[in-house]
Design a protein around this ligand. Structure first.
Ligand SMILES: Nc1ncnc2c1ncn2[C@@H]1O[C@H](COP(=O)(O)OP(=O)(O)OP(=O)(O)O)[C@@H](O)[C@H]1O
Ligand SMILES: [Mg+2]
Length: 246
């Protein structure tokens, strides 16, 4: 099983949108699980239409099994949800997580035993203990960015953070793919930003600005389910295919 997180220390750049859409496209050919590691629970409220009985925090606290908390949302796609009402994930992250540094590695191992081929982790924008613990358990982290001034610096900051984590914890979490999200090619500053990214040594995915992405989320659908001709779908599919074949 491959484990992948979409992450950067910046809010609103498409971490949830990419996690959910890539999960929904990859499940055409693989068994996929989407793990909602954001205490805000955005990917859960996107894919679930009713409040689940259990959540990720219950699994981490050991009160139920992973299997009990999984919710099947499509054929070959399950979600391990978080719903924010009582902030259980945040509370776990601020208390017990400190003494349980390998909890997400254990979770990844259990998901693999359940037969999943791909686990996608949606994270909140911080770099607190929760995000670090998840990142350390990943095979790969993919960084989403939007074409804004200063966001190229965000790559350097993230790369340094991950480099430190890899060194200090003797891990080899890979970071060589970037998604530039919500590009509008009619804006010169967007074209310039893309050109700056192309000069860097990363595998680059260029996802256009597409209102269909937000519309589909309101309807509890992925972009390709909502409109298979949506502008953003081909590039999302290219990334999903790269993940399932690597
Ligand atoms: N390519 C795109 N075109 C248009 N809108 C987009 C695109 N990608 C994401 N969005 C919209 O931008 C908003 C922020 O996206 P999203 O919630 O995925 O970001 P995030 O990085 O997960 O945010 P947070 O840091 O709060 O978790 C959402 O309303 C989403 O529908
Ligand atoms: Mg999010």
């Amino acid at each position: 099983m491959r484990s992948v997180a979409f992450h950067i220390q910046k809010g609103g750049v498409g971490k949830t949108t990419l996690s959910g859409n890539i999960a929904a496209l990859a499940c055409d050919s693989k068994r996929v699980v989407l793990i909602d590691c954001d205490p805000q629970g955005n990917s859960s409220s996107w894919f679930l239409t009713e409040t689940p009985r259990h959540e990720l925090a219950d699994v981490l606290q050991g009160s139920i099994s992973v299997k009990q908390a999984l919710v099947s949302v499509r054929e070959n796609l399950s979600i391990l949800p978080t719903f924010s009402l009582d902030g259980a994930l945040k509370q776990y992250a601020e208390t017990r997580l400190n003494d349980e540094p390998f909890i997400f590695e254990e979770l990844v191992g259990e998901l693999a035993l359940l037969g999943f081929d791909l686990a996608i982790f949606d994270l909140s924008p911080g770099m607190s203990r929760l995000e670090k613990s998840v990142l350390l358990a990943m095979d790969e982290v993919i960084v989403p960015l939007t074409p804004e001034y200063f966001s190229v610096d965000g790559i350097t900051i993230f790369n340094n953070e991950l480099g430190k984590l890899n060194k200090n914890f003797r891990r080899r979490v890979r970071f060589d793919r970037i998604v530039c999200n919500a590009i509008n090619h009619s804006f010169r500053r967007h074209r310039e930003f893309v050109a700056a990214l192309q000069a860097l040594d990363y595998e680059l995915y260029l996802v256009p600005q597409d209102a269909r992405l937000a519309e589909s989320q309101i309807r509890h659908q992925s972009a390709s389910e909502y409109d298979h001709q949506a502008k953003a779908v081909p590039e999302l599919r290219r990334l999903a295919n790269a993940l399932v074949s690597s």
